[in-house]
Design a protein around this ligand. Structure first.
Ligand code: ADP
Ligand code: MG
Length: 884
């Protein structure tokens, strides 16, 4: 790696770069972190820095870009947000003592998935590093491949998680983790698992994913002989592989965080609902669909409305619940009970709110203690949060809901840790240890004594100054201090003749001179020595304290988990009260019945009571609702509202309705047709069809399927045909509860053919040329599209509207007169073979050639006439051109 013409500094840089080829090297030079060569070029572009160059000895100039050391974190934050890794290469010896060039080493690597600093994290969501194990690359949607697993770690909280998945759920599981960084084996470079688009990928050596070496790695890290204690079984090769690769990487990049890791929690399929990426997006659970939304903003999302949590742990937990609803009725009921109890017990809730509001990020603070990164002020915050734990327990007389009993009953209030922090840390502890004054008076006798010496300084100085004034007769004589000369006596020029023998001159200023005396010098060494010893002693005491608390890490983490749960239950109870939600009756049967349901997000965007509630019933006899109505009527809103109510019920929440009976769904699928999908406006018809295919493969009779304008991305006939076939399949094969919103009012004819399909429409009232949106769901299909009225509302010029109306009349007239349409010709013949006389989808004018054929008297033709006629008809069919 060394090049003969490199300066020693450049050689150091090359060494660092060789060891961290994927990272931008922040190379400390004086007050700057410099980037060189390709790093400089990339860094300058990403950060908007000026690219300059540095003379590299005799050789060519080296590209260079630098950031000031004090602004380092801000630049790192931006790079990490952009998905880049940064390696910090520090000066590891004092420049004053270095012989030759200062030694430098990479002291820290920062990657999106392993970040620990607050500035790089968002408090209300987890930051997961994810590794993928097993042979996912060979599985297609059809290959019900087993042995795929994801392992995830949040280095900032110490949580470790492994998820057994298969080819079908992989994408959804990835989506719910929202990985900040993904680890894949090197052999798969260039291949991306589905759903990982846009995620920062780090390729790791293949052997790290090998189950055997992964097992060794895990046993070593967790100090165990085997993995069965974690619930890992034979045949869990993929889980072990993912976990091992994950932990090995973390140990390399962020060794301190490995010390904190909780034992892995293993999640098996069937415990939670996999919500695929499109459903999560279309229902706007945690991020808005609007393309113009500020990145990371959550206005208009479900989480923004329902998140009433008061602590960061609670916020993170709620987000995870939303992204992974429950699928076991019993688990849902248990959560419901806890929420219901807090809805009713107003006093308890109020007491919980008061305590929770005072609790900071216990979980991340605990992790920082474990990693040895906690600052004094944070330790105090930890102590203050712990002080609230007894208040949480005292809020209840005796909880009745089993979950609340579990959470509160064994809540350890960590009084010992809190007392320790209280006793050791000064109430006004500064942000950093270096500022001093961290350890509280009375905690350590030696420290108190040293401080007495130092604090006596003021008095000693005052006394000494008074004595010297008297001795010399100079009333303006002063004792002062500066960093270079230490303590001194200052005499103004006018009084210099009165300075005694034993004053030694130290420094001459414009209007005065500064002196020292042996007495002052001796006293100074005592004082300054005390200062150094105080700093050293404080550092030692602080480290000891941190280690003692670190020994209680598991207890802290457990308390944090319980606080998070209480916070979420309290939040859901407050939500129910604040927005008038009701407890849904969740059952294991089929029917979904919502009385006066509301869209939880849209209702908050309008004045109170302005939102029109609607009833929706989907049961064995009416499995599929075809929802018609003009644009802007409220179809999409109603469709999503059903999905959101169902989802809220399955996290254990109350729901925005007057009453609801809801089944437990195994999946919720939501698809939005290509041209109606705002964000993926670029998305093609192909994508839409892929997604529809995935539903038809994945949905069961226990699923809820919400289709919004599917089939719109292509020509009308194709679109109607596809929508038709999809609906038939859902009706007859899948038997999933389905709402299909469409502006193809032609689809309403399906109700005559499919017994469990009902038509509904979102009503509008026509008054003259205007329409009024009633937002009310009514039985029956919409008869027309009202496109022109909507266009009018949108402000299309009157002349254009007038012409459109003319054309519409003409088209309608033509269809009406045409006799038999598409249906007759069998293109949309129902599969069931039911009567299709009612089918009159489109009725384009019949070509004359058909009319001639129909009126033909075949028996009355001679063979020659027949032959001639045939040629004639062919010519006509070809548009009048006869071929030889
Ligand atoms: P569609 O899908 O039929 O074109 P949308 O569902 O997008 O219509 O609804 C259009 C607008 O109508 C929404 O943005 C919302 O402001 C309003 N809206 C929809 N449903 C209701 C309702 N039930 N009550 C009040 N306003 C509604
Ligand atoms: Mg719509």
């Amino acid at each position: 790696m060394h090049r003969p013409d490199d300066t020693p500094l450049m050689q150091q840089w090359r060494d660092a770069k060789a060891r961290h080829p994927d990272a931008l090297i922040f190379f400390r030079v004086g007050d700057f972190y410099e980037m060189f060569h390709e790093d400089a070029e990339e860094g300058a572009k990403l950060l908007g820095l000026t690219l300059t160059s540095r003379n590299n000895g005799g050789a060519a100039n080296v590209p260079l870009a630098g950031v000031p050391a004090r602004a380092r974190d801000e630049y790192i934050r931006r790079l990490v947000r952009l998905g880049r890794r940064v390696a910090i290469c520090e000066q590891v010896e004092d420049p004053a003592e270095a012989k030759g060039i200062v030694r430098r080493e990479v002291t820290e690597t920062i990657t999106p998935g392993t970040a620990l600093a607050d500035a790089l994290l968002s408090a209300r969501r987890n930051n997961f590093l994810v590794a993928l194990g097993g042979a996912w690359e060979s599985g297609g949607p059809a290959a019900d491949g087993d042995g795929i697993a994801l392992a995830a770690v949040d280095a900032s909280t110490g949580e470790l998680l492994a998820i057994a998945a298969d080819a079908r759920t992989l994408e959804a599981e990835l989506a719910r983790l929202e990985p900040a960084e993904l680890l894949l084996p090197r052999r798969l470079e260039g291949q991306m698992p589905p759903g990982a688009e846009g995620v920062v990928v780090t390729y790791r050596p293949d052997f790290l994913f090998d189950p055997e070496s992964a097992t060794e790695e895990l046993c070593r890290r967790f100090h165990v002989r085997g993995l069965d204690g974690f619930g890992i079984e034979r045949g869990d090769g993929a889980i072990v592989s993912a976990l091992g690769a994950l932990v090995a990487y973390l140990a390399e990049v962020q060794p301190a965080a490995v010390e904190n890791l909780r034992p892995p929690r293993i999640e098996r399929p069937g415990e939670g609902m996999a919500l695929d990426e499109m459903t999560r997006r279309n229902l706007e659970l945690v991020e808005p669909l609007r393309a113009d939304a500020v990145a990371g903003g959550r206005a208009g999302t479900l989480i923004e409305v329902v998140d009433e949590t008061l602590t960061p742990m609670g916020a993170r937990l709620l987000r995870r619940w939303l992204l992974r609803p429950l699928v076991v009725a019993d688990a849902i009921w248990r959560r419901q009970e806890a929420v219901a109890e807090l809805v009713d017990a107003v006093g308890v809730r109020r007491a919980l709110v008061a305590a929770l509001a005072e609790i900071t990020d216990l979980e991340r603070l605990a992790a920082k203690v474990g990693a040895g990164r906690i600052a004094p002020r944070e330790l105090r915050a930890l102590g203050r949060s712990l002080a609230q734990l007894p208040r949480l327990r005292a809020a209840f007389e005796a909880p009745t809901a089993p979950l609340l009993r579990e959470v509160v009953g064994e809540l350890d209030d960590l009084a010992d840790v809190r007392d320790l922090i209280d006793a050791a840390i000064a109430p006004d502890a500064p942000a950093t240890l270096a500022e001093g004054g961290v350890i509280r008076a009375g905690y350590d006798a030696e420290l108190d004594e040293l401080r007495a010496v130092r604090d006596g300084a003021q008095e000693t100085i005052a006394a000494l100054q008074a004595r010297e004034r008297e001795r010399t007769g100079i009333p303006s004589l002063k004792v002062g201090y500066n960093k270079v000369f230490g303590y001194y006596l200052e005499v103004t020029r006018a009084n210099l003749d009165r300075v005694p023998e034993d004053f030694q001159r130290k420094q001459t200023l414009a209007g005065s001179e500064r002196f020292i005396t042996p007495e002052l010098k001796e006293w100074e060494s005592k004082i300054l020595g005390a200062e150094d010893r105080i700093a050293a002693l404080e550092a030692r005491l602080y480290a000891e304290l941190r280690e003692r608390i670190a020994r209680e890490l598991a207890r802290l983490q457990d308390a944090a988990r319980r606080v998070a749960l209480l916070d979420v239950f309290t939040a859901l109870a407050r939500l129910a009260e604040r927005r008038a939600y009701v407890r849904p009756e969740v059952h294991t049967g089929y029917a979904l019945e919502i009385r006066a349901g509301r869209h939880p997000v849209v209702e908050t965007m309008m004045p109170r009571e302005a939102f029109i509630p609607n009833d929706v019933v989907l049961d064995e006899d009416s499995r599929i609702m075809v929802l018609t109505g003009p644009n802007m009527a409220g179809k999409s809103t109603l469709l999503r509202q059903v999905g959101l109510i169902q989802l809220l019920a399955q996290i254990g929440s109350f729901v925005p309705a007057a009453a609801a009976r809801l089944p437990v769904c195994d999946r919720i699928f939501t698809r939005v047709g290509a041209s109606d999908n705002l964000v993926r406006g670029q998305s093609t018809f192909m994508v839409e069809m892929n997604e529809t295919a995935a539903i038809l493969h994945g949905a069961t009779s226990r699923s809820l399927v919400l289709l919004d304008e599917i089939g719109r991305g292509t020509a009308t006939y194709d679109g109607v045909s596809i929508a038709w076939a999809v609906t038939e399949h859902l009706h007859e094969v899948t038997r999933a509860k389905t709402i299909f919103a469409t502006h193809y009012h032609e689809l309403t004819q399906l109700a005559d053919l499919l017994p469990a399909l009902v038509n509904c429409n979102v009503a509008v009232r026509e008054t003259g040329d205007d329409i009024v949106f009633l937002r009310r769901l009514e039985p029956g299909g919409a008869d027309r599209s009202y496109g022109i009225q909507v266009a009018r509302l949108a402000g299309l010029p009157a002349a254009v509207l007038e012409r459109a109306r003319e054309i519409l009349l003409e088209l309608e007239g033509a269809h009406a007169g045409g006799g038999e349409g598409l249906g007759r010709r069998g293109r949309l013949r129902p599969r069931s073979g039911a009567s299709h006389d009612q089918l009159s989808l489109f009725q384009p004018p019949e070509p004359p050639v058909l009319q001639r054929l129909r009126s033909l008297d075949v028996e009355g033709l001679t063979p020659l006439q027949a032959l001639n006629l045939l040629a004639e008809l062919r010519a006509e069919a070809r548009g009048g051109k006869e071929e030889a």
